[in-house]
Write a protein that binds this ligand. Sequence first.
Ligand code: HEM
Length: 321
Amino acid sequence: MLLILCSKRFDFEDSRWKQLYRNGALIFSSLPGIDQSIVGLRFRLFKAISSSKNYRDLQKARKFLYNIAKQWVIEKCARRSFGSKEINDYLDAFLVECEQEKHKSFNREQLIAYLIQFIAAGTDTSANTMYFACYMLAKYPKIQEKVQKELDDVVGCETLPSLEHRQRLIYTEAFLREVDRYYALAPITPVRINSDEVTIRGFKIPKGKNFLANTFKCLRDSKYFKNPEQFDVYNFIDERGELINVKSFMPFGIGKRRCPGELLAKIEIFLFISAIIQNFSLSLSSDENNERGETKGIIKTLHPYKVIVKRREALHTLRPN
Ligand code: HEM
């Protein structure tokens, strides 16, 4: 993600990356989530209690990310020549718009704010989803075998799974959708404010009210899912063996402000999980129950768990192309 945003790449062990990741995650875990929710009031109350640990953590993480994002924007501006149309990353694309001065919201402070938002919203979210996917594969060996069989049939062992294979990997795709549905990483969306008066099903809502969507309810709705309370891959596969698009499946939110990282997140998660499971078998080391996760702040996180990873015998070692 950082490559796309600002052409930066960190080694996994790089302490700067670890700090960045920790602070991004801290923003989400310190924002009040569904468990602290008094809809509408919660953010004002949260702010009012400015001495609370959560609020202090949030400010600390924000300051840390602000300084880094500002430094990256300054570095980028110093490297670019004014008026250049060359676009290598998101920063370039945004600065091209800034220079055209078509809209006043394209300015450097806004760019810093977007960078912070992407770092915070784009790291722990995908990481937790992959963490949960591995947990479910380890916990349900039959599901794991089916995913592996499909990967063996469609991809084989000469190459790693790619986006070209994805359309034919029906069971794997349904498994990943079920992970998003059952886990419900963001059980409620962030609060939004309506800019105009609206009427929804006869309820008139004046301008400037607080809104949030209860995605959890939609993801567990028995009207739309055959088996809403169970982890069941067939919630997304019909009798003909084809993928079903379910109306109330909205793990990435809804409307114009739905997650802008959805496509990237789905690609990342598909490539990582399918490559891991093509090459390794996972099993749990003890009888752990991590299925529900814990809502810590605005997103769900899992408790650490131990997994046994075994290389699959029949396959050669595959390396990324
Ligand atoms: C499994 C991974 C992810 C899930 C489940 C997820 C889910 C969500 C949800 C539910 C929202 C709120 C949408 C709404 O209010 O209706 C959101 C917002 C957002 N997400 Fe994601 N997200 C994920 C990954 C990512 C990634 C990888 C990025 C960055 C590349 C990202 C960037 C953002 C941003 C910037 C917002 C705020 C958008 C705004 O306020 O307009 N997310 N996400």
